[in-house]
Design a protein around this ligand. Structure first.
Ligand code: OGA
Ligand code: NI
Length: 361
């Protein structure tokens, strides 16, 4: 039944390639020219161009009703048009955010043997990995990562989390607890914006029985950054993602029509994006938007992507309130466990998965 037990080829750590000092990257990492960063198509790199909306969450709880309403309108536009927002004043301790990011940076700087102890396989993806997808001979991304489960508690196994640096496990637990609370707040805000009961989206996700996992991405320096990608274009398969980016190095690009907009990280902010399951649940009122990561030759980059997902075995389908005669249900029900199988087999491939779900009409 399960055809995802092992990798189709020996695993090469991108960090070791980068550290070896090669000037030319192996063919496996060279993307087709239509896929690689074309600077002429990018904007928002700080030159006053587009940036994804930055929202002060505190304003949603302002005593001034006009401020509350204006901010909710901005959240709404961000979710419907961009699929992305940056949130500040979100309640998560800035010290904890920095500490979590830095402990992971240290992890990736441990000697190879220390990391190798956590080498992952495609059966669960948990642990230290260097590719997504199991297609033999596939082009690869210029990144390594660490993937772990936080919820449900039955899937949490702290022995699979790094034991070094010594504070790593505790930081993961503290950080995840805070991020889950923030995600719960956002689920309420989104429900209200959509005209639903405050707890509607959360209930549709399975109430307390949600799934959460963390993928820490490590993008080593790349000697030919114009030929490779740190992470190929994809939309996130789950509910929503709360990304803690590197404070010093940008790299994330979000699709906006035919352009890629480089996100300029705001200090102490989370980058939040809508995943495929929220697109389905909101009957595409909210968009799960394609994004990718570019690399550079002089700085490595670390990011923590926290995925907030529905319970795996409940069918996710458009909320009844969002299905009307004018806007029929765009998607049939499917559980997240079923959905995840194709993602894990094929690796990042744009928006083809959620598009393929659409009901024939
Ligand atoms: C992801 C992702 C972006 C980044 O992990 O799904 O899109 O900036 N990461 O690392
Ligand atoms: Ni992503």
């Amino acid at each position: 039944m399960n055809c995802l037990q092992s990798w189709p080829e020996p695993v090469v750590r991108v960090q070791s390639l980068s550290d070896s000092g090669i000037r030319l990257i192996p063919d496996r990492y060279i993307k087709r020219s239509s896929e690689v960063p074309s600077t002429s198509l990018c904007s928002g790199g700080g030159g006053g161009g587009d940036n994804i909306p930055v929202i002060d969450l505190g304003e949603l709880y302002s005593a001034d009703r006009a401020i509350r309403e204006k901010t909710l309108v901005r959240v709404s536009a961000a979710c419907r048009e961009w699929g992305f927002l940056q949130v500040v004043n979100h309640g998560v301790s800035h010290e904890l955010m920095a500490a979590a990011r830095e402990v992971w940076r240290e992890f990736f700087h441990l000697p190879p043997e220390a990391k190798q102890a956590y080498a992952n396989s495609p059966s669960t993806y948990e642990g230290y990995g260097s590719r997504l997808g199991v297609e033999k001979g596939a082009k690869l991304d210029w990144s390594d990562y660490f993937f772990l489960n936080y919820l449900p508690a039955s899937l949490r196994d702290e022995k699979k989390w790094p034991s070094l640096p010594p504070s790593c496990r505790q930081k993961i637990a503290d950080y995840s607890e805070e991020v889950v609370k923030l995600a719960g707040k956002l689920m309420k805000i989104f429900s209200i914006d959509l005209g639903l009961e405050e707890d509607c989206l959360q209930q549709a996700f399975g109430g307390e029985d949600i799934g959460c996992c963390l993928r820490v991405n490590f993008y080593p320096k790349c000697p030919q950054p114009d030929l490779a990608l740190g992470l190929s274009p994809h939309s996130d398969p789950g509910g929503m993602t709360l990304l803690l980016p590197d404070e010093n190095v940008s790299g994330l690009q979000v699709r906006r029509g035919d352009n890629w907009v480089t996100v300029k990280p705001v200090k102490n902010a989370f980058i939040v994006n809508i995943g495929d399951q929220l697109q389905v649940l909101t009957n595409a009122n909210y968009k799960s938007v394609e994004h990718r990561v570019i690399v550079n030759s002089d700085q490595e980059r670390v990011s923590l992507a926290f995925f907030y997902n529905p319970k795996g075995d409940i069918p996710i389908e458009p909320a009844k309130e969002l299905v009307t005669e004018d806007r029929p249900a765009l998607y049939p029900p499917m559980t997240f466990n079923e959905y995840r199988v194709f993602i894990r087999t094929r690796g990042p491939c744009g928006k083809s998965q959620v598009e393929a779900l659409k009901s024939p009409r």
